[in-house]
Design a protein around this ligand. Structure first.
Ligand code: URP
Ligand code: ZN
Ligand code: ZN
Length: 471
């Protein structure tokens, strides 16, 4: 006895077809036409699209930052993801600069233990190298890949906390290349930015708006180019995270055209929000949008959408890093340096991408699936388990209603913040039902916005080292 999804249109990264999907236990058993209903629970998906559950490869749950901790833990964060149609996250474990990768892994496994509600994995942020020539940490990287962590994060920003210099970055890239692992890069020139920041503060420019002005597109473009060039030298595959603007995109495309093995994501906020919509220098409200890279001028959005369409950008993630406005963003009321960096978004990623991408004709439904799910699974070494509607894969299945209207609001969201970056926006298209490994965990038709599964049911997913699928 299984669950049979009938009368829906199955959308893959390649095509859309009227097909039935049979779930047996935690796995997709069959995909085909006219599967007999006998002995199965039938779910009528008339008018709905049947897609693989979303995969958000860039979240920060329960993460210490700037004297506080991101507001969603593994329970609220994964539940919010599920309610929005996302059934798998890749979060970040951060090495303390004085500590080991193993210590970081233990900390993040403890944070997620008995708390995660959908499946998840971890990238490991390498923030320092220990031992002669970094040998101890480099050896640990091998242990991480054996454990199923096949992507390493390198920060070119946040000096003294997370940033590593070019030499260390190059060593990590060489090791990652030897392991067939992927390096994920936060590409901003942190040293130059810190000088601009100090100059602004000295001039009394302390309001949140100056956070954005202190982190120029040039600082991002320069670091994007440098990181890809270093990776190319090290023969390492790289993935640029949260690429936010046209200048950085131009560097990515330039290096891709020269044969560098470079991929990149952008995030929902850069596609639909802009610094042009803020009130320069006047509003504390702008603290809600203090994240790095910051919001950019609106004209950058067109090139980002075009790059999603032409494939130079491969993924849309969120960089979900939530802080409450009232008591957490408040820490930087008199000094933008103290505003915790990050914004909430994991719950709304698919709504925004569908409404502004598919409904407006910028991307096709198939590209929507590719960008939000199938490409992330391939790039991050889990395509044998996640990312498609195919026999043998985990039954992470999203029934998507392309017609329903939904108003985004902090009042009704699951994310643990007192604001939403898209407050009051009306979108068309939303998750109707969500299955995670075969279990109906969200039924927005019957119990909107409620997670129906048990807390802690999410499992750690071990990922293969496949160099971002780039060979
Ligand atoms: O502002 C952001 N993006 N916070 C999270 C950490 C990062 O840089 O991704
Ligand atoms: Zn970052
Ligand atoms: Zn991030």
């Amino acid at each position: 006895m299984g669950t049979l999804i009938k009368n829906g249109t199955v959308v893959s990264a390649k095509d859309s077809q009227k097909l039935d999907v049979l779930i047996s236990g935690e796995i997709i058993a069959r995909v085909g036409s006219g599967i007999s209903e006998a002995g199965h629970d039938v779910v009528d998906a008339t008018g709905l699209l049947v897609m693989p559950g979303g995969i958000d490869v860039h979240t920060h749950l329960d993460m210490p930052f700037g004297g506080t901790t991101s507001a969603d833990d593994y329970t609220t964060g994964t539940q919010a993801a599920a309610v929005g149609g996302t059934t798998m996250l890749i979060d970040f474990a951060l090495q303390n600069q004085k500590g080991t990768l193993k210590e970081a892994l233990d900390i993040w496994l403890k944070k997620s233990d008995n708390k995660a509600c959908v499946d998840f994995s971890l990238h490991m942020a390498v923030t320092n190298l220990h031992g002669p020539d970094g040998a101890e940490t480099l050896a640990e990287m091998e242990e991480m890949t054996k454990f199923g962590i096949s992507s390493f994060k390198l920060f070119m920003a946040y000096p003294n906390v997370l940033m590593i210099d070019d030499g260390l970055m190059f060593k990590v890239m060489q090791k990652a290349a030897a392991l067939n692992a992927l390096c994920c890069i936060h590409a901003e020139n942190g040293s130059a930015i810190d000088i601009v920041v100090a100059q602004m503060i000295a001039e009394g420019k302390t309001a949140p708006h100056y956070h954005a002005l202190s982190r120029s597109v040039k600082a991002e473009a320069e670091a994007t180019h440098r990181s890809i060039a270093l990776a190319d030298m090290a023969e390492c595959a790289v993935y640029i995270v949260h690429l936010s603007n046209e200048a950085a995109l131009a560097e990515l495309k330039f290096m891709q055209a020269r044969g560098a093995r470079a991929l990149a994501e952008t995030c929902t906020q850069y596609l639909v929000l802009s610094i042009d919509d803020q009130m320069p220098g006047q509003s504390w409200e702008e603290a809600k949008f203090v994240f790095t890279p910051p919001l950019r001028e609106k004209w950058n959005q067109g090139p980002l959408w075009a790059a999603l369409k032409d494939g130079s950008l491969s993924v849309v993630s969120t960089d979900h890093c939530p802080f409450r406005f009232k008591d957490q963003k408040e820490l930087g009321r008199s000094d933008f340096r103290k505003i915790p960096n990050g914004g909430p978004g994991v719950e709304n990623r698919l709504q925004i991408l569908w409404h502004f991408g598919v409904n407006s004709g910028r991307i096709t439904p198939e590209q929507f699936v590719a960008l939000s799910c199938t490409n992330p699974a391939k790039i991050f070494g889990m395509e044998k388990q996640k990312g498609s509607i195919a026999p043998g894969l985990d039954a992470d299945v999203l029934l998507w209603d392309p017609k329903v209207e939904y108003t985004i609001s902090a009042k009704t969201q699951c994310m643990n913040t007192d604001y939403n970056m898209f407050e009051g926006w009306q979108v068309k298209g939303n998750a109707a039902k969500v299955f995670s490994r075969g279990e109906l965990v969200v039924d927005n038709l019957k119990q909107p916005g409620k997670f129906l599964g048990a807390t802690g049911r999410g499992r750690f997913v071990k990922r293969e080292a496949n160099a971002g699928g780039l060979g």
